[in-house]
Design a protein around this ligand. Structure first.
Ligand SMILES: [Zn+2]
Length: 258
């Protein structure tokens, strides 16, 4: 029987690369997206494209009913606060925090994984997120992993007797020590279709190229291409076919520390 993994999947670059990666490890995929009614719900449309490419089951969990309750602090992902432009610095990123977000997603995806006898639930948290999002840090992931394993021992693929149970890693985070550029590099290696991923927080028809996530994305892909070529990788064209409103702003943003 093929082993199975549930992937927390937003349709962004990180989780799309994660889906390709987990697939490359020989898992059957169940991709699970969460709809917070977020203004960039566009990424869910992109998520569906990748699900097709990977021939994976894809479900969208509707959490829009809790959105107003989570937006009390004015998070710009779900409320009307202006999306900050410029590099994805700490202050910008603090404006994009949804309280308890990873716990909510991991607990639902973890439940699905137990129900389906999957061996793990994978999430694309990475080093670049640690400094601002406490729920992307290894300590939180370890705690969440322990909570799911303890709360479900004897169910799904989690044994009743946990002594000697490996992996204690029911939650898999293969990118947790990677930078965004290293994830983009992995994406290059795995042949991820960058244009099928959505990062922009502005919610337009095209990637704006100027918001924090767009700047971060363009910088990461550019660094990844450099690394890839340095290591002797062959590229016949620029691998990122994404349509950006402004493809060059990120360089200015970085130079001027916007
Ligand atoms: Zn943008």
């Amino acid at each position: 029987m093929t082993k199975k993994a549930v992937v927390v999947f937003s349709g962004g670059l990180d989780s799309t690369t994660l889906a390709y990666y987990v697939r490359s490890q020989g898992y059957d995929l169940h991709l699970v997206s969460f709809d917070y009614g977020q203004r960039h719900s566009k990424e869910l449309v992109y998520a569906a494209k990748t699900a097709l490419v990977l021939d994976a089951r894809h479900d969208i969990v509707d959490l829009s009913s809790i959105t107003p309750l989570l937006a009390a602090g004015g998070s710009s992902l779900v409320s009307g606060t202006d999306v900050p432009e410029g590099h994805y610095a700490a202050d910008n990123m603090k404006a994009t925090v949804v309280p308890n977000r990873n716990m909510i997603m991991l607990s639902i995806a973890g439940g699905i994984a137990v129900a389906e006898n999957a061996e793990m639930v994978a999430t694309g948290v990475h080093a670049g997120d640690h400094f601002i999002y406490p729920d992307c840090r290894p300590r939180f992931i370890n705690a969440a992993n322990a909570a799911i394993v303890l709360g479900n021992s004897g169910f799904g693929s989690i044994p009743e007797t946990l002594e000697g149970y490996k992996p204690m890693r029911f939650i898999s985070t293969p990118f947790i020590d990677m930078t965004k550029a290293q994830i983009a590099f992995t994406a290059l290696e795995l042949g991820v279709h960058f244009e099928d991923t959505w990062s922009c927080y502005k919610g337009g028809d095209r990637h704006c190229g100027k918001c924090g996530t767009c700047v971060e994305r363009l910088e990461a892909i550019s660094q990844a291409v450099e690394m890839y070529v340095e290591e002797g990788g062959q590229l016949t064209h620029w691998p990122d076919l994404t349509d950006y409103e402004d493809r060059n702003y990120w360089k200015t943003a970085l130079k001027e520390g916007v």
